[in-house]
Design a protein around this ligand. Structure first.
Ligand SMILES: *Cc1c(COP(=O)(O)O)cnc(C)c1O
Length: 378
């Protein structure tokens, strides 16, 4: 198996486990302005991203240096005009981060804080859009990686578009792993990054945008390096050139990751694998006595939050270390009012890996019995 040369599997939703061939794509240095790098690689990536996102015309894509948050910040800061107002649908840490960005950039906004385990009520959404006619843009996270919640993007986008607002979707942890046609849904800006479901390595994010809307964003940016319009123009005019030093190795790895996504059978095949991983994981964990934070109906195939065991001798770090020694890295919880840990199943992770993981977890439950305590070597 390609991932077996890693010391351990990252069951973390980015950076995640990549294939050896993706990592090998980084074994050469590239010149940022040479045709080998620009024309053949960056432009193809931009084109492929649009094709993955939608079958509709009128969309373009922009790559942006930095982690995924930089692309969220570039979008909010470059797209919302000075007299605009943003409604943030916030049901987790990444929704809260969108509100924080709006706050710091002085973008007028309404932070609709739903807590972390519930979804937006569509009637309340309609009401909010009616009550505050200053709202021009609405932002939401697709898969809230905080909990693993999959937000109802179809129905929310439908209400937002019916109200005539611009829809911005943080699909960071879902794009490439969950089928979706943003043109059909009416989403105007979608943001994701290299190191999530496309299974590349970290270093840049990207935005898939309705071209006509992005074209109207000249001069709006609240930052030089995060000017989405300028970056787009540079890439359009100069055949894929980034304005400032581009993450060349990451870009080459990403091109390879896109090839491997196509070889796997595209987004629907990848989604199927993630879904199988996730349902196997939940069934196996429940058998071991763990329970999920969210109702199963709210789960995404990306990451799952489990309640920490209630035993007084349970300690996350110790559990984590035991699993790591057995070849698996899991994720601490991020929910504010529940004690949880999280297990991601995106990346080069397959059902056989989940089987091995469940065995490793069974072997690492030191808190359950004295026998497990003495019988297992950490
Ligand atoms: C990973 C992620 C981000 C961006 O995180 P970075 O650490 O900046 O790459 C944003 N939103 C969601 C939903 C995410 O999962």
């Amino acid at each position: 198996m390609a991932n077996s040369e890693n010391q351990y599997l990252l069951l973390t939703p980015g950076p995640l486990t990549t294939t050896r061939t993706v990592r090998e794509a980084m074994l050469q240095d590239w010149c940022t302005w040479d045709d080998d790098y620009n024309v053949d690689v960056v432009q193809q990536i931009r084109q492929q991203l649009v094709e993955i996102a939608t079958s509709h015309s009128g969309y373009t894509s922009v790559l942006m240096q930095g982690s995924g948050t930089a692309s969220v910040e570039a979008t909010l800061g470059s797209v919302i005009p000075a007299d605009g107002k943003l409604l943030v649908i916030n049901n987790g840490a990444y929704g809260a981060r969108i509100a924080q960005i709006a706050q710091v950039l002085n973008i007028p906004h309404q932070n609709w804080d739903l807590g972390e385990i519930s979804q937006p009520d569509l009637n309340v959404l309609d009401q909010r859009l009616r009550d505050d006619s200053d709202i021009t843009h609405v932002a939401m996270v697709h898969c809230e990686t905080t909990t693993g919640m999959l937000n109802p993007v179809e129905s929310v986008a439908q209400r937002v578009k019916a109200a005539g607002k611009v829809m911005i979707l943080d699909a960071m942890s879902s794009f490439g792993g969950i089928p979706m046609d943003i043109g059909a849904l009416g989403i105007d800006f979608l943001i994701s990054s290299a190191n999530k479901c496309i299974q590349g390595v970290p270093g840049f994010g990207f935005v898939i945008a309705r071209s006509a809307l992005l074209a109207g964003c000249q001069g709006r940016a609240r930052s030089v390096s995060l000017d989405l319009y300028d970056q787009w123009q540079c890439m359009e005019v100069n055949h894929g050139k980034w304005r400032f030093t581009s993450p060349t190795h990451t870009v080459r790895a990403f091109a390879q990751a896109l090839t491997e996504l196509a070889q796997e059978g595209g987004v629907s095949a990848r989604h199927q694998r993630y879904h199988t991983n996730q349902t196997m994981l939940v069934a196996g964990m429940q058998k071991l006595g763990f329970s999920c934070l969210l109702d199963e109906a709210l789960h995404s195939p990306i990451i799952t939050s489990f309640y920490s065991p209630e035993s007084p001798s349970y300690n996350f770090k110790r559990f984590y270390d035991r699993l790591k020694a057995r070849g698996f890295v899991i994720y601490p919880g991020k929910v504010s009012d529940a004690d949880c840990f999280r297990i991601g199943n995106i990346g080069d992770v397959h059902p056989v890996d989940i089987e091995r993981l469940l065995k490793a977890i069974a072997d690492s439950m030191y808190w359950t019995t004295e026998a497990a305590e003495t019988g297992v070597q950490a």
